[in-house]
Design a protein around this ligand. Structure first.
Ligand code: DMJ
Length: 484
């Protein structure tokens, strides 16, 4: 870690930001005029077709497994080896629903109802289990109204709550054994202690039990109470001592969804205290973490007490922050931050997983088939409907299709810098929940979603905004005409 004061950082960044990114700035104008005549309805249909094709291959080769390895047609466990929970299936359900892929949705729901067993004697990551599995079950329930899905979500959330109980501050350990409730690894971070309010709050509202939201908020309150005089928190924290265990404030890895969930708690539940915390955190981040260079805006990690830069790396995951800036009333900054990732996309084709903010250079070759750039495109599109976000998402989609499409689906890349890019052999669960949904909602006319009311979790799960469509209605008659 390096600690550069702001002035020195700006000088270095300004000099080096001539980088690949300034040339990208010039070519972006050209791309815009080229794409004026895009047929977005056709592009949306293409996304739907690709999703259905990949789903059918998952159905054939990896049904009920956590993830498909789409080059080899094999599968892998995500949570614990040999203890699959049908992760990709659960992640994909609400996407199937909103795309109107009803036969596939019904079959997936049937699998969950008859085959999903979470009484697993293994340690699972609490954060991932919540955002992926609890979120997936809750959103699928919201889509179709099936009470069994809600009961399954509740059972799983009850098991995860054990991880919160083990800390005097209500900060969840990172792992919990789903069968025994034994917890492990108290060295955690803001994202892993503070990304529960959307799923737990929605679940709690549906079952009429405030314990879930209360547990989620209590953990967040603890961290918020430890902000430094400049309003920042360190990203790493100990669940038992309650103390920070690093000095790095981050909007990026270790912290990202904590900040999303402050705002989402206001948006979903009208929690004014969470809104205040969200606005205060964003103001502090803009004041003490934002670094501008010629063409770019960055948010590198900084010391949470001094604001000095502690890392020159920004990850692709941070791109979500453009959307959050827009949601919290900083639309111009959000658009500027998205532009940084648009420049990276233009320069590299695929946004690198890790970027050196001093040079705009890619620090890594492998990529995780990531959704965050399009996540922000959709969030900003919901705010001002500027066509720029669709254009950026269309480029993102075509680049993904050109590089990641393989024999049985879409894969992460082993080397995005090689020409042609070298493919890996894994489709992460979030691919089913996130980017394919974001593309579709940006491009297609989707009668099952009210975009003005749409609220998504950090994993892209619909927490609010379904409008059931009588024309495509499935066997779940109770869902007809409901707004959730
Ligand atoms: C997803 O699992 C979630 O969006 C999470 O919050 C962080 N990013 C990954 C996908 O990149």
């Amino acid at each position: 870690m390096i600690a550069l004061p702001r002035r020195q950082f700006l000088l270095q960044a300004g000099a080096a930001a001539a980088c690949p990114l300034l040339a990208s700035a010039r070519s972006i104008a050209g791309q815009r005029s080229e794409r004026q005549s895009e047929d977005y309805a056709a592009l949306g249909e293409d996304v739907r077709r690709e999703f259905q094709w990949a789903w059918r291959n998952y159905r054939k080769l990896a049904w009920g497994k956590d993830e498909i390895n789409p080059a080899s047609g094999t599968a892998r466990s995500f949570f614990a080896d040999g203890h699959d929970m049908g992760l990709s299936l659960v992640e994909g359900l609400d996407t199937l629903w909103l795309m109107g892929l009803d036969a596939e949705f019904e079959e997936g729901v049937e699998w969950v109802k008859t085959r999903l067993d979470v009484d697993i004697d293994a340690d699972v990551q609490v954060f991932e289990t919540n955002i992926r599995m609890v979120g997936g079950l809750v959103s699928a329930h919201l889509a179709c109204g099936d009470p069994v899905l809600l009961a399954k979500a509740r059972d799983l959330a009850d098991r995860l709550l054990k991880a919160f109980d083990a800390s005097p501050f209500g900060l969840p350990h990172r792992f919990v054994n789903l069968k025994t409730g034994a917890v492990s690894d108290p060295e955690t971070n803001l994202a892993e202690i503070g990304s529960y309010s959307s799923e737990f709050g929605t679940l709690g509202r549906l079952v009429g039990d405030p314990r879930y939201y209360d547990a989620a908020k209590r953990a967040m309150r603890h961290a918020i109470g430890k902000r430094s005089p400049i309003g920042l928190m360190a990203a790493n924290i100990h669940a038992v001592t309650g103390a920070f265990i690093s000095r790095n404030a981050s909007i990026d890895i270790y912290a990202d969804s904590f900040y999303e969930y402050l705002w989402d708690a206001w948006d979903l539940f009208g929690d004014a205290e969470m809104k205040r915390w969200s606005l205060e955190c964003t103001a502090a981040q803009l004041a003490h973490q934002a670094r501008r260079s010629a063409a770019c805006l960055w948010f590198p990690m900084v010391d949470y007490e001094t604001g000095a830069v502690t890392s020159s790396q920004q990850s692709e995951l941070a791109a979500y922050f453009a959307g959050l800036l827009g949601q919290t009333g900083h639309l111009a900054d959000g658009r500027d931050y998205l532009r940084t990732f648009e420049l990276l996309q233009t320069a590299y084709g695929i946004v690198p997983e890790m970027i050196d903010v001093r040079t705009g250079g890619a620090s890594t070759k492998a990529t995780g088939l990531r959704p965050e750039v399009v996540d922000s495109c959709l969030a900003l599109w919901q705010i001002d409907r500027d066509g720029r976000y669709r254009r950026t998402a269309a480029i993102h989609y075509r680049a993904m299709k050109a590089t990641s499409r393989t024999t049985y689906g879409y894969t992460a890349l082993a080397d995005m810098q090689a020409r042609p890019a070298r493919q890996g052999d894994n489709c992460p669960g979030y691919w089913w929940a996130e980017q394919m949904k974001y593309y579709y909602l940006l491009f297609a006319d989707c009668p099952r979603i009210d975009l003005r009311r749409l609220a998504l979790s950090t994993e892209g799960k619909v927490m609010r905004g379904f409008v059931s469509n009588p024309v495509r209605s499935t066997g779940h008659r109770s869902a007809r005409g409901r707004q959730v």
